[in-house]
Write a protein that binds this ligand. Structure first.
Ligand code: DQQ
Length: 472
């Protein structure tokens, strides 16, 4: 019998098989985009970490390449450790990656920073002088990982994620040659409310400001946050004044950024799926088909007029659009259907603008991946009374943590931009200042789509729906 994998994603990047987590070493190198990723190539669950590798000319179509890094040395060979997350830079044509070697010796975690280089962009050699940073500084605990490297005024800089005394920290280093590193100090740290360990820090200039992106552990629902502020290279301190969520969804983690030839700051994150892990909830359906986790679609990072960040998806994704359905000034009447059946699909892009003024409605939004009888459905809606954007997957199948809400002040109009790819939804609102990424695991036959309103009719000023094709 043919085992059809009906959950398989059609345009989000997945490993050829098995487990995937953090994006690593994102770089535009010699005219192509390179994506490395945390990978366990033997099972659909977390295990000794390798660096998987792929490249792309357009950020949409990816070509798988051989595994770039595998555990092999005293500093990265351990079945509970391996080659942990890191970043890539172009060092005069040499593709150089810095990563965390993790081993556990006598029950103690040892994390060091290491270098590997490649002349052809495919085969990597670990530097014989590794580790290039062999122990954490005094400001750190043994949690000392995920180096992100960049160049400023001809000097290399590195930020490393850390923690001490229950506070997340970002540590700063510099180097003339990627091989000798000097500790500068604490670039930024939690004020006590921003997580206990800062994983995957990423630091970059944007306009006349600097951005620190982190994946804090122990900060409740805030899984990825950004801080906007100013950098003083003299003191090595970053002072921030603006904070927000990169993505407020359940499953968006460890985003990493890079700059491309068009000058865009682009981020890709891990869409996690811990659910298949034996020690976790163990109900996720994808593990049965030998895959677990994926990459988010690439987004650009832009500075908004009020100093906050916007994350619009890259326009390259438009090549996936097939049949197009357009509606203007349509009335969504409570209790009646608006969309024809033929729009039903598990792979869609949806853009809508709702007119909120003049309506007494309580709620308006989309029902996606619904069964005919609506017993199974995912709701993406806006509550006009509480002013909350709401992602409700409590009827999507199996989730106990089903509802997420984000406050946005949509007083006159509300814009929603939604990408559905089988079992992943990425939704944007508030001019791309709010993003929500979540997994849903409905029955393969639940593919109905419609709009709905509660309490009163609402006008959808413009509605565009595209069926999307597979990128593979
Ligand atoms: N995953 C990696 C670590 C990182 C964590 C290990 C974040 O380097 O801190 O796979 O998901």
């Amino acid at each position: 019998a043919v085992n059809k994998d009906l959950m398989r994603l059609k345009y989000h990047f997945m490993a050829p098989a098995y487990w995937i987590n953090d994006p690593n070493g994102l770089i535009f190198y010699k005219g192509e985009y390179h994506l490395f990723y945390q990978h366990y190539p033997y099972a659909p669950e977390w295990g000794a970490m390798h660096w998987g590798h792929a490249k792309s000319k357009d950020l949409v179509h990816w070509e798988h390449l051989p595994i770039a890094l595998a555990p092999s040395e005293s500093y990265d060979l351990d079945e509970r450790g391996g080659c942990f997350s890191g970043s890539a830079v172009d060092d005069n044509g040499v593709l150089s990656v810095l990563y965390t070697g993790t081993v556990i010796r006598d029950g103690i975690v040892i994390q060091t920073q290491n270098l590997a280089t490649s002349k052809d962009g495919i085969t990597f050699e670990k530097y014989e002088g590794n580790p290039v940073i062999s122990a954490p500084p005094e400001d750190s605990s043994a949690n000392f990982r995920d180096p992100k490297v960049w160049k400023h005024n001809d000097k290399w800089y590195m930020v490393v994620g850390s923690s001490k005394d229950g506070k997340g920290k970002a540590l700063l280093y510099n180097s003339p040659n990627l091989r000798q590193w000097d500790y500068v100090g604490v670039l930024a740290e939690s004020d006590g409310t921003m997580g206990t360990m800062w994983e995957c820090p990423d630091f970059f200039p944007l306009g006349d400001r600097y951005v620190l992106m982190i994946s804090p552990m122990g900060m409740g629902e805030h899984k990825t946050i950004y801080l906007v502020g100013d950098m003083d290279y003299e003191t090595g301190k970053f002072t921030w004044d603006t904070m927000g969520d990169v993505d407020a969804g359940f499953e968006y983690y460890a985003p990493q950024s890079f700059l491309d030839a068009k000058g865009r700051r682009i981020i890709i994150a891990w869409i996690n799926a811990w659910d298949w892990m034996p020690w976790f909830k163990n109900f996720g359906p994808t593990g049965k088909n030998n895959w677990c986790g994926a990459m988010s679609a690439p987004r650009t990072v832009e500075l908004d007029v009020d100093g906050r960040l916007r994350f619009p998806p890259v326009e390259e994704l438009q090549v996936l659009r097939r049949e197009h359905y357009h509606h203007a000034n349509a009335k969504i009447v409570p209790g009646s259907r608006l969309l024809p059946d033929y729009i039903a699909s598990d792979c869609l892009e949806i853009k809508a603008e709702f007119q909120l003024t003049g309506s007494q409605a309580e709620e308006v939004g989309f029902v996606v991946r619904a069964s005919e009888d609506r017993k199974q459905q995912t709701l993406l809606s806006y509550n006009l009374h509480t002013r909350e954007l709401r992602f409700d997957r409590s009827q999507s199948d199996g989730w106990s943590d089903g509802v997420q809400t984000v406050c946005i002040d949509a007083s006159e109009t509300l814009q929603l931009h939604i990408f559905l790819d089988t079992c992943v939804i990425e939704a944007y609102a508030d001019n791309y200042r709010v993003a929500l990424t979540n997994n849903i695991y409905p029955d393969p036959s639940s593919i109905s789509l419609d709009l709905y309103a509660v309490g009163d009719a609402v006008t959808v000023k413009t509605l565009d729906i595209w069926k999307l094709r597979s990128a593979w």
